[in-house]
Design a protein around this ligand. Structure first.
Ligand SMILES: C[S@@+](CC[C@H](N)C(=O)[O-])C[C@H]1O[C@@H](n2cnc3c(N)ncnc32)[C@H](O)[C@@H]1O
Length: 279
């Protein structure tokens, strides 16, 4: 920390820590029990909680201490918990009062002060006073993947007689319930709006998980999102990192007939906001 280059205005890392943070694959195995799990036993009630340790690593790269972070789809608070652990402030938005309640229970168990958590539709983020209060340094978010929860797990065949997996929420406002192309359009509109709250030079970092290809679509959500978000003036695509989640099981999909990929990774898409003038 003390060896930080005086020209480095992005984060508090020295050259060695900066280099490590740039590895193309972040492969993680975090405990799901005990104090190191950050109350995973509560957070796992959400279908897709992000490990606070992973979010903390991104926060350390994309902000300095005292940085201010926005999560547009906060869920049970992976980003918010990490922000607190890293001495940053944050604001989270999510449609679901249930996920908000779980986040508050997690904070009580961890004995940390909750960050402001707004139960609201991210499409109306500029109506929220807490969001307009002061510019954010980073937008770090994990959107509901297009109709993800309405499908069997990647590569898994739908089992006969089994009920459909539960969506994040039953709300028609839940982006996760939208068809693929509508999801991309709605998410792009939310990201474009959120840029009004981000300081120029700040980053937008978002997670994306692909689906299995079908005969009529490649289903590379991460690539389609990059194509869509690059249309936003002043938003520069900087590249991606892969999160390899070692807690995902390896399945014998397709055996013994044909290749079907396991997807034990997600893409972390990184964009920089150059400001309205795009300079
Ligand atoms: C992939 S999850 C985020 C999980 C989160 N990273 C965590 O650690 O728990 C996506 C979240 O988006 C929320 N969501 C879906 N549509 C929304 C909308 N229009 N506005 C706000 N939140 C929404 C869902 O309720 C869900 O919790």
């Amino acid at each position: 920390m003390s060896d930080r280059d005086a020209r480095n205005r992005l984060n508090d890392l020295d050259a060695r820590a900066w280099t490590y943070a740039l590895r193309s694959v972040i492969s993680t195995a975090y405990p799901t029990r005990g104090p190191g799990s950050f109350a995973h036993h509560l957070r796992r009630k959400h279908p897709s909680p992000k490990p606070p340790q992973l979010m903390a690593e991104l926060i350390r790269f994309f902000t300095r201490r005292d940085g201010h972070i926005l999560d547009l789809f906060a869920g049970v608070g992976g980003t918010l918990i990490a922000s607190t652990l890293e001495g940053r402030t944050a604001v989270g938005i999510d449609l679901s009062p249930e996920y908000a309640a779980i986040y508050h229970a997690v904070c009580a168990e961890l004995r940390i002060t909750p960050q402001p958590y707004l139960v609201a539709d991210a499409r109306h983020l500029l109506d929220l006073p807490e969001v307009r209060e002061r510019p954010f340094d980073l937008i770090l978010t994990d959107p509901p993947y297009a109709a993800m929860m309405a499908r069997p797990k990647t590569g898994e065949r739908k089992k006969r007689g089994r009920a459909d997996p539960t969506p994040f929420t039953a709300s028609p406002a839940d982006l996760g319930n939208l068809p693929y192309h509508e999801f991309i359009a709605e998410l792009s509109a939310i990201i474009a709006t959120s840029l009004h709250t981000l300081r120029p030079g700040g980053y937008v970092v978002l997670f994306a998980k692909d689906f299995q290809p079908t005969p009529d679509h490649h289903n590379m959500l991460h690539a389609d999102l990059v194509i869509a978000l690059r249309q936003i003036a002043g938003l520069e695509y900087r590249g991606y990192q892969i999160w390899h989640d070692q807690s995902q099981n390896l399945y014998p999909f397709g055996y013994p007939y044909a290749f079907v990929a396991n997807q034990m990774h997600q893409f972390i898409l990184i964009f920089r906001w150059l400001g309205p003038s795009g300079s």
